[in-house]
Design a protein around this ligand. Structure first.
Ligand code: CAA
Length: 380
């Protein structure tokens, strides 16, 4: 056992860290305030292959392993968590269902376009189907040559920018998880419309929308997996997605720690830098230890995924540890900055808002605990 990144993983980390420092950090405050991502920044990310990180090379991707992916997401999130969520949703729940469950024709049709920067979104949540994802009611009616979708989805990350939507829908008149199907739907499909854009507390440069589906025709070839596989497709995609969100939170947490340390070393009170006060050191120690523990577990979850081994429990554990550690780190970072930390002039104010949703999306902390407890109860 060893704990070092390999040569390739280190190269990616250094490349993305440099990119984030030069290209993203100078814009992060403005992207948050103006709730936008400049088109030329998206183009630079596309040119660096960020939109095809996890896809096999034969479909135009970089084919990196999950540990490299996790490292990349942490580096991007350290600079802007709003920008990184666009990529993590695209590279996991937005595209994994196509890469893993799409037919060869679907993979060839969609993955190269996604890798080239046409963005993907994931549509599972509905007004009355959040944590209880199997309660979704959007319908998929079979026709002679495909399916017709009707319903509505909420909290669709990337929904406004997306070229592709993975949509979960069920056979009309059914309940439970067995009759849910997964589809890939292209933007521009008649009947697919953006209903509403959310005005969020954090991750303000990322777009989150509700979409309506009204008699949207989907070719039979766009079914992902077999009929009735939809819930399993979604759950397995979320296993990987949760590793990405863990590392998004770790990126925010690291930003909190780095900014708090820098501030504590320069801010003087009682005639000395506040970093010399034991109350401040206690906060810094807890931030560092908790983030490091969560990162180590996150690498283990990513490693299990790369080995093709079950990782549902470890992904849920990594998400809960990382998001809760990062949330506490954000609170400490604001506390260490005092009144300044409450003002937009300092980035910790943004981190504090951005980190909050990581305990909610891709499964709330309560759902992660349910997933972990079910697995442990099965094991022991
Ligand atoms: N991988 C593969 N299959 C899985 C699975 C997994 N991780 N988890 C469950 N399944 C399978 C089960 O084996 C079972 O299969 P069988 O038909 O063979 O029995 C089936 O799915 C049903 O499983 P459960 O009985 O566990 O289902 P449940 O209804 O009790 O729900 C749940 C389980 C874990 C609570 C699930 O509903 C869940 O994860 N809820 C949270 C949803 C969520 O994370 N939403 C986030 C949306 S995306 C987002 O946040 C937006 C964004 O873009 C960032």
């Amino acid at each position: 056992m060893h704990f070092d990144l390999d040569e390739n993983q280190t190269m990616f980390r250094d490349m993305v860290r440099d990119f984030a420092r030069k290209e993203i950090m100078p814009l992060a405050h403005r992207m948050d305030q103006e709730a936008m991502i400049p088109a030329d920044l998206i183009a630079k990310m596309r040119d660096n292959g960020f939109f095809g990180l996890t896809f096999p090379q034969e479909y135009g991707g970089l084919g990196v392993d999950t540990i490299t992916y996790a490292v990349v997401i942490e580096e991007l999130s350290r600079a802007s968590a709003g920008l990184s969520v666009m990529l993590t949703v695209h590279n996991s729940v937005g595209s994994y269902p196509v890469a893993m469950y799409g037919s060869e024709a679907a993979r060839r049709a969609f993955l190269p376009r996604m890798a080239a920067g046409e963005i993907a979104a994931f549509c599972i949540t509905e007004p009355n189907a959040g944590s209880d994802a199997a309660a979704l009611v959007t319908s998929a009616r079979r026709t002679a040559d495909g399916w017709v979708l009707n319903g509505g989805k909420v909290f669709v990350t990337n929904g406004e920018r997306a070229a592709f939507y993975v949509v979960l829908a069920r056979t009309p008149g059914t309940t439970g998880h067995k009759d849910i199907h997964a589809f890939i739907v292209e933007r521009g499909a008649p009947g697919l419309t953006i209903a509403k854009k959310e005005d969020k507390m954090g991750l303000r440069c990322s777009d989150t929308v509700a979409i309506n589906l009204e008699d949207v025709q989907v070719p039979a070839a766009n079914l992902l997996g077999k009929e009735g596989d939809g819930f399993r497709v979604a759950m397995s995609a979320l296993d990987g997605g949760r590793i990405g969100i863990a590392f998004q939170a770790l990126g925010i947490g690291r930003a909190c720690l780095e900014d708090a340390v820098r501030y504590a070393k320069t801010r003087e009170q009682f005639g000395k830098p506040i970093a010399s006060l034991s109350v401040i050191q206690g906060m810094i120690a807890d931030m560092g230890a908790e983030l490091e523990a969560a990162r180590t577990l996150g690498y283990k979850a990513a490693w299990l995924k790369d080995q093709g081994r079950p990782h549902t429990k470890e992904a849920a554990m990594a998400k809960i540890l990382a998001t809760e550690a990062a949330w506490r780190a954000a609170d400490c970072a604001v506390q260490i900055h005092g009144g300044y930390g409450y003002c937009k002039e300092y980035d910790v104010e943004r981190y504090y808002r951005d980190v909050r949703v990581t305990r909610i999306y891709e499964g709330t902390s309560e759902i992660q605990r349910l997933v972990i407890a079910r697995k442990i109860l099965e094991e022991y």
